[in-house]
Write a protein that binds this ligand. Structure first.
Ligand SMILES: *Cc1c(COP(=O)(O)O)cnc(C)c1O
Length: 404
């Protein structure tokens, strides 16, 4: 089994021995990568079908991103926001333009972008909407994944993510995902925002009903509530558009971005919104030592420029169609359901056959790396630089695994 293929058990054992067990990685030890391919310490190659949970949308070590990072490393890496550096304005302007918003606020991790969104929405609620002091609430969805901070896990419905981390932050109302009537019912006079993933990635790439996001947009506008779209995993090309919301013609009040924004090189996240929303923050009210640092801005500006060409969105749409056609052909042959959009797929394996974990282990033996989400569900999210042949290869390996 998978243990047999490991010729470097020390690195696996030590990774277990000296770290908290907050992950259960596949026992492969990667030492280099390029494009869609990873190489382990023994020279074995793997097709990357996870892409760092979409942090590697442009593949490993995209030449333009690596060049930008190298050039910036030789000039300036950190100033803190106490001073302005020469990479800052271009990044903010180009990202704001990509998002079609007035302003951006750069942070580092996705969870920080979510926290920033929550803080801004609450402040907007008190200062602009006029909600009762101390009573702001935000409507969120069952099955959400927005990160790991104490506030964010307070409104998780995944017991693994939430249990024993209380006391929990109040001010969140949880409604079923995809149920517009429930969402509208949950909104009251103190609701400042609805916070949703346009496609729920960690939940298994769950796509809501077609009329859901436009309905959420309509209800938010009618009730004077901010629509915050967490596009940290769904955004920046993954679904065949810059933002997953675009497929439904929906423009949220606030985008939360992360993962791919850092080009797989540095953690970069951001909140994008118009001035009537993000403008509520004044000096001293929010910040981050590393947020918007020169190295991050240099890399992320190149990411924005790659996206501005539209090439990656196009690739994701076209190659995604091929991926989904291939996966659909496996329904009844070990797969019971396939969901997703673009180069993003959630697969439910027949639970009688094997768990998602087992499928991923067997895929790894065949040189394809993917990750299970829950139970018998696995997620495929290859880098958008993957080729047609490589997609066919991944589907063929999956077919072989399912065929036993
Ligand atoms: C990964 C993710 C986050 C959290 O990002 P981190 O960088 O891990 O903090 C938030 N929301 C969504 C939808 C994500 O996929």
């Amino acid at each position: 089994m998978i243990e047999d293929m490991l010729r470097t058990p020390d690195a696996v054992r030590d990774a277990e021995r000296y770290t908290a067990h907050n992950y259960h990685p596949l026992p492969v030890v990667i030492s280099s990568a390029e494009g869609a391919w990873l190489t382990d310490v023994d020279g074995r190659r793997y097709l990357d079908c996870l892409a760092g949970y979409s942090a590697l949308n442009f593949g490993h070590r995209h030449p333009k991103l690596i060049d930008a990072a190298h050039a910036q490393l030789d000039k300036l890496t950190l100033t803190s926001r106490a001073f302005i550096h020469d990479q800052f304005a271009d990044f903010c302007r180009e990202l704001a333009e990509l998002c079609g918003k007035d302003l951006v606020l750069p942070m580092n991790t996705g969870a920080e972008a979510v926290e920033t969104g929550i803080k801004v929405a609450r402040k907007w609620g008190y200062q602009v909407k006029g909600v009762t002091p101390g009573q702001a609430n935000i409507v969120v969805a069952e099955g959400n994944f927005h990160g790991r901070t104490t506030t964010i896990v307070s409104f998780s419905t995944d017991e693994d993510a939430r249990a024993d981390f209380g006391p929990y932050t109040p001010g969140f109302t949880i409604v079923p995902y995809g149920d517009l009537a429930a969402l509208a019912d949950a909104i009251d006079e103190n609701t400042v925002a609805v916070l949703l993933e346009p496609i729920q990635g960690e939940q298994g790439v769950v796509v809501p009903p077609e009329d859901y996001l436009p309905g959420v947009r309509r209800v938010c506008t009618e009730r004077n509530v901010l629509f915050i779209a967490d596009e940290i995993q769904s955004g920046l090309g993954r679904t065949g558009a810059t933002f997953a919301c675009e497929h439904e013609g929906v423009v949220p009040d606030m985008y939360l971005l992360g993962k791919a924004l850092g080009g797989g090189i540095v953690p970069v996240s951001a909140v994008a919104a118009n001035a009537d929303v993000l403008g509520v923050l004044k000096p001293g009210q929010h910040g981050s030592t590393f947020g918007g640092n020169p190295l991050a801005c240099a890399v992320a500006t190149e990411v924005v420029r790659l996206l501005a060409t539209g090439e990656f969105q196009r690739r994701s749409a076209e190659l995604g169609a091929r991926l989904h056609a291939g996966l659909q052909s496996l329904i009844g042959k070990g797969l019971v359901a396939v969901r997703g959009r673009g180069l993003w797929a959630g697969l439910d394996i027949d639970p009688a056959l094997m768990s998602g974990r087992e499928a991923c282990e067997r895929l790894a033996e065949r040189g394809v790396l993917a990750k299970d989400t829950h139970g018998s569900t696995i997620r495929l999210a290859p880098p958008l630089v993957i080729t047609e042949e490589e997609i066919d290869h991944a589907v063929a390996q999956l077919a072989a695994v399912l065929a036993g």
